[in-house]
Design a protein around this ligand. Sequence first.
Ligand code: SAM
Length: 184
Amino acid sequence: MVETPGLTALKDLAEARRVLLDDALAGAELVGSFGGSVVDVGSGGGTPGIPLAVSLPEREVTLLEAERRKAEFLARWSPELANLRVVWGRAEEQPPETFGVAVAKALAAPPVAAEWCLPLVEEGGAVILWVGPSADTEAVARVAAKIAGEIEQSPRGFLVLRKTGPTPEGFPRRPGVAKKRPLA
Ligand SMILES: C[S@@+](CC[C@H](N)C(=O)[O-])C[C@H]1O[C@@H](n2cnc3c(N)ncnc32)[C@H](O)[C@@H]1O
């Protein structure tokens, strides 16, 4: 992937391993603690979805990616892993409540990522965001409260949101709206 122009800004294999593989695997146990199929929203070059599919072989993992070129790159991986599928499309345009767990790393600002991911999971399911130390947890909590979600106890580096009810009317909002008119 490091050799494929435009897929990642990473130049060095050691840094690539840390950012693309080790960071993804750091969430494997957490993801495994929630049931159901998994969607990696904005999978880009395949992280965290591909490492998660390898480490959780009994779970179906969908890589969802809005850019066609990236989705085509990802599709080359699906014959390698029986539990992996790839969907080219935007989170806001997917059928709601299809997955047990939605994961996202570097998808968008965490409040926007929360708005995109929560409608995708069933009631009782979870959204797991990989976040940095400056993530605005309170803004994420305010967004989650509008889409039947609430923040749960989360390990460092992650925000875990539980879907506590059905997706409210009006969500997902149309593509682009979450960024243009953020909920929080
Ligand atoms: C910064 S990249 C992060 C990729 C990968 N998760 C990682 O950590 O390296 C964000 C990716 O999300 C995709 N993306 C942005 N908005 C999206 C949306 N609404 N639905 C699906 N994918 C989206 C972009 O095309 C891009 O590939």
